[in-house]
Ligand binder design. Structure first.
Ligand code: ARG
Length: 412
């Protein structure tokens, strides 16, 4: 049964203190413009107390029967003494999973409980972060049977920022700027590619799919680059189920989408380096990464190879090329034994997720413009309804300065 607006509002009053933000670091709402200052400016102690208490209550309500008051008092004392507090292992696991559950842009949340958490909070130096990031990829890749996984590194503390991964994902393709014309590779990563080169990265072989090194900054504030070990990165070469010329396009994509520059925010604590992954939905690759005009922009080439009239919009050559490109993505991942989902299946699962969450009395926030797939929108059931847009917490939060780093822009 769907809850009424009034019931939702009631629940919000009781359970949602405020929109997502990261009080330890900044205290700005997610997505709001904020000054690009030092990485970590502690919020007021009062805010941290409140965030922490709200989280502990939520954790106890959902997960840990019994009285939360003793834990709340202990956290309060710890904050008073140290300016921060340490989550228990169970709180961390739960917080990371619920942050996924609360990711309004993610259509794949049905399996939020299955997220595995690698607790690496003791790790804060860049070399170890790089090593652990490679291990994360190996464990997540799992020979192709992708496992949803997060690795949580040291949090921001009042006296010491946690480490930061500049790359937006652990695996990204370089985009080499050209004097004339668009970059070679993924234009989205041109800024970070340039930055890595300036740090001394010699560059890759110059293909459209060169692996970028990781760029990692620890408390010393000096970003360094780390080449990803080849064996940590599984890629899928793209072929089409019927068109044999397709393989000659030399297209490929990486198996694991692992977001690396969002802050995991739990109970007022910000974990700035907490790379997490699920598995791909085919359209992310076929209808965006390889198709967008400001990414690999492949529709014209594919349209021509398919013999379509690319001079006439009304031949719908883009739409037809898009479908074939997306068939190739799904076909190739399947053939390679790499987990991938399609937008029809995932849309149904998302509605199952809404029903399941509502049956537990929980609100689900969602952003229609992200949930609806980037092709064939109205053929999927997620198109034909609206969503509550409340941003619940814990959450994965984009900090504007982290997004600037992913573009290769240093702070000063
Ligand atoms: N859309 C991003 C990409 O194409 C990945 C975002 C996360 N996706 C996921 N299926 N978990 O690389």
């Amino acid at each position: 049964m769907r809850r009424t607006g009034a019931q939702l509002e009631k629940q919000e009053e009781e359970e949602v203190p405020a929109p997502a933000r990261c009080p330890v670091s900044h205290g700005h709402a997610a997505g709001e413009a904020e000054p690009r200052t030092a990485p970590s400016a502690p919020a007021t102690a009062g805010e941290l107390h409140q965030e922490a208490e709200d989280f502990i209550r939520l954790f106890h309500r959902e997960e840990s029967p019994g009285d939360p008051e003793a834990r709340i008092a202990a956290v309060r004392a710890e904050i008073e003494e140290t300016g921060t507090y340490r989550h228990t292992r169970a709180e961390l696991d739960y917080g990371a999973r619920v942050a996924w559950r609360n990711s309004n842009r993610c259509i794949g949340r049905l399996y939020w409980r299955s997220l595995r958490v690698r607790d690496r909070r003791h790790i804060e130096d860049a070399d170890s972060v790089a090593r652990e990031a490679a291990d994360h990829l190996r464990e997540a890749t799992n020979g192709g049977r992708i496992r949803p996984l997060i690795t949580v590194f040291a949090p921001d503390a009042p006296d010491r920022p946690g480490p930061r991964i500049w790359n937006e994902q652990l695996v990204r393709y370089a985009g080499y700027a050209q004097r004339h014309g668009p970059p070679v590779g993924d234009p989205r990563n041109a800024g970070l590619t340039d930055f890595a080169l300036r740090l001394g990265w010699p560059g890759g072989p110059g293909t459209p799919f060169d692996l970028l090194p990781l760029v990692i900054e620890d408390a010393d504030g000096k970003p360094r680059f780390f080449e990803l070990p080849r064996d940590a990165v599984l890629e899928v070469e793209l072929r089409h189920p019927e068109e044999s010329w397709y393989a000659n396009l030399g297209l490929r994509w990486h198996a694991v989408p692992a977001i690396a520059n969002m802050c995991l925010e739990i109970g007022g604590i910000c974990y700035p380096a907490a790379p997490f992954n699920g598995w791909y939905m085919g359209t992310e690759i076929g209808a965006r990464n390889l198709a967008d005009a400001d990414r690999y922009d492949l529709l014209p080439r594919i349209g021509e190879r398919l013999g379509l009239d690319t001079a006439d919009d009304r031949s719908l050559w883009k739409d037809r090329a898009l479908v074939e490109l997306n068939r190739a993505v799904l076909h190739s991942f399947d053939r390679a034994g790499v987990t991938v989902t399609d937008h029809h299946t995932e849309s149904r699962r998302f509605l199952a997720h809404l029903d399941r969450e509502e049956s537990h009395g929980r609100g689900v926030g969602a952003d229609w413009s992200w949930i609806v797939p980037p092709m064939s929108g109205a053929t999927t059931p997620v198109f034909h309804r609206t969503y509550d847009t409340t941003q619940w917490r814990p959450a994965y939060v984009h900090h504007p300065e982290a997004q600037a780093r992913a573009r290769g822009e240093a702070d000063e």
